[in-house]
Design a protein around this ligand. Structure first.
Ligand code: AMP
Ligand code: MN
Ligand code: MN
Ligand code: MN
Length: 274
């Protein structure tokens, strides 16, 4: 049976609401899903408040995706089994999300100076209920205004890390993220190691005390998967995987259930839930 441990909702930069994700997961026959929004656990709390977590028919693992501080590389760490009512976690997330708002304004100013006349209001309309404003939302607005063909082109040309339209926001260090996840009862997993683009850095992060490695990922080919599988085994890390589903057209996978992992990997994490 299939599972997916990396899914975004409307509470960050995903297209489907948490309710829609749960429905889509049931329809696709998924056993486990982990909701892993950027810098927020509001989507999980929302499901809890709506009586959809815990849920009949699909086992939900509460997760979160952090972006770590690193000057040259994009380093993402996913936390699984985090306590959605943990105060220290929520306080840090509030700080990060707040700095995303400041960064959002700076990016809009930068884009306007570059000749792309988009406004904060346009982006916010697309961002809907998300309070965790990201580059994806801004990129969507630029595509909507036909400045670019699709979101990938926006990232490739101007919005890549340290690119002309890029502005950084407050990010915790790898060590701080691992500690924050752990004190909230969770497991820290290094997300999409290939996308970091530097295996020496991947090893450094493993040595910093990460619990798991996202071995299975859409952009990992067979050789990458084998390499990270060996790395995980060598360091006795938990092996995870997921689709990084956003529901954005032109970004694979288009549907939940198209990229899945075996339940046995999800089971290991679920069993460690308090
Ligand atoms: P942020 O966290 O605001 O810096 O935005 C990063 C988000 O943008 C990631 O989580 C991805 O969802 C999205 N993203 C990054 N690179 C690309 C890309 N090349 N194409 C489409 N989306 C991307
Ligand atoms: Mn994203
Ligand atoms: Mn990521
Ligand atoms: Mn993600």
């Amino acid at each position: 049976m299939p599972s997916d441990l990396h899914v975004h909702t409307t509470f960050s930069d995903g297209r489907l609401s948490p309710e829609e994700i749960v429905a889509a997961a049931k329809k696709a026959g998924l056993t486990y899903i982990a909701i892993s929004d950027h810098d927020t656990i509001d989507g999980i709390r929302h499901l809890y408040e709506e009586g959809l977590y815990p849920c009949k028919g699909v086992k939900i693992i509460p997760g979160i995706e952090f972006s770590a501080h690193n000057v040259g590389h994009e380093v993402h760490i996913v936390g699984y089994n985090i306590d959605m009512f943990n105060t220290a976690l929520q306080e840090k997330l509030d700080e990060v999300v707040e700095s995303r708002w400041v960064r959002f304004s700076k990016m809009i100013e930068k884009l306007q100076a570059m000749g792309y006349g988009i406004t904060e209001a346009e982006v916010l309309k697309l961002a809907g209920e998300s309070k965790s404003i990201s580059r994806s939302h801004i990129a969507q607005a630029l595509v909507e205004r036909k400045f670019f063909r699709d979101i990938s082109q926006v990232f490739d040309e101007i919005m890549y890390k340290n690119g002309p339209a890029y502005v950084s926001h407050y990010r915790l260090s790898v060590a701080e993220i691992i500690a924050l996840i752990r004190q909230a009862g969770g497991l820290a997993v290094l997300a999409h190691p290939k996308l970091i683009g530097d295996d020496a850095l991947v090893r450094e992060i493993i040595d910093a005390g990460i619990d798991g490695l996202e071995v299975f990922y859409p952009q990992h080919d067979a050789a990458d998967t084998e390499k990270y599988l060996q790395m995980a085994k060598e360091h006795q890390l938990i092996i995870t995987g997921g689709s990084d589903y956003h529901g954005i057209p032109t970004r694979y996978p288009q549907e939940l259930g198209e990229f899945v992992i075996d339940d046995s990997f999800a089971e290991v994490i679920y069993r460690q839930m308090k």
